[in-house]
Design a protein around this ligand. Structure first.
Ligand code: FE2
Ligand code: FE2
Length: 268
């Protein structure tokens, strides 16, 4: 399950990454968090930016899944079908967020967008490595973030966005779950695949640390980078267990997050 190296690349802060996916001219594409417009408050402008950013990230997830179907024609059929279904889910997520963005007065291209996940995942030439990065790392992180955000939006009085976030979260859990199952299955068949997974995660760690803004570095709207805000999000324990992580794996993530977790529904 290997493919040719990417045909288009870019260099960001000394790291070689996959070139950008196609975007309409209205979008201003950037490569780092420091170039994004990110307000820490929950003003109308910040709400639109959050939806706009999330919308583009869902588009990236759609593109990564679609590219995997194209790049790995010899992968097991059931795995390719799961990835194709994921692509369909991601396209629905883009539409949901675009609709909500417009309801709040936003427009496509209103804020910068970054295709970070595409740029990293596209450099991986094997499917287990891509699943490990996109589904098992980025989307697992999204389970934590959305688990928190659905409450934040509801507390801000925006039930429509909170409902959308909850619907998307339910889908993301299934995307992480099938990746967890397939990585386990493929590894049982060929333990060498663990090496591909480990190399991919090491690559992601290197890129993340190279692109991390410096403490105090201002972003595109002059907000200084706050290291404390960038710590690992509170862990969505229920969501991660539902997504097929073992209790040991969830415990490891909890350790990295300083044992901050989202309370399970049944004890809330
Ligand atoms: Fe999604
Ligand atoms: Fe997803």
């Amino acid at each position: 399950m290997k493919t040719a190296p990417p045909t288009s690349t870019k260099t960001v802060r000394g790291v070689t990454l996959h070139g950008e996916p196609a975007r309409e001219d209205c979008f201003h594409v950037v490569s780092t968090d420091a170039e994004m417009a990110d307000w820490p408050d929950f003003s109308d402008q910040s709400r639109r930016e959050r939806l706009h950013r999330h919308m583009n990230n869902e588009c990236v997830a759609l593109e990564i899944a679609s590219q995997a179907v194209v790049d790995f024609p010899d992968a097991p059929w059931d795995l390719r079908m799961a990835i194709a279904r994921q692509a369909a889910d991601e396209s629905r997520h883009v539409a949901i967020l675009f609709r909500r963005l417009k309801e709040l007065g936003g427009v496509k291209g209103e804020f910068p967008v970054s295709n970070f996940e595409w740029s990293v995942t596209g450099m991986i030439d094997n499917l287990p490595g891509r699943l490990a990065i996109e589904n098992r790392t980025f989307e697992a992180g999204l389970i934590d973030i959305l688990g928190h955000l659905k409450t934040t939006w509801r507390a801000a009085g925006d039930d429509r966005t909170a409902d959308a976030i909850e619907a998307i979260l339910a889908d993301e859990i299934t995307h992480v779950r099938f990746a967890n199952r397939w990585i386990r299955r493929l590894t049982e068949q060929n333990p060498g695949i663990l090496l591909q997974v480990a190399q991919s995660i090491r690559f992601l760690r290197g890129v993340t640390s190279a692109l991390l803004p410096q403490p105090g570095e201002p972003n595109a709207v002059g907000v200084a980078y706050d290291q404390a805000k960038q710590q690992a999000p509170a862990v969505n324990v229920d969501g991660r267990l539902e997504a097929g992580f073992t209790e040991e794996e969830v415990l490891e993530v909890l350790k990295q997050a300083g044992f901050r977790s989202i309370l399970p529904e049944y004890i809330r």
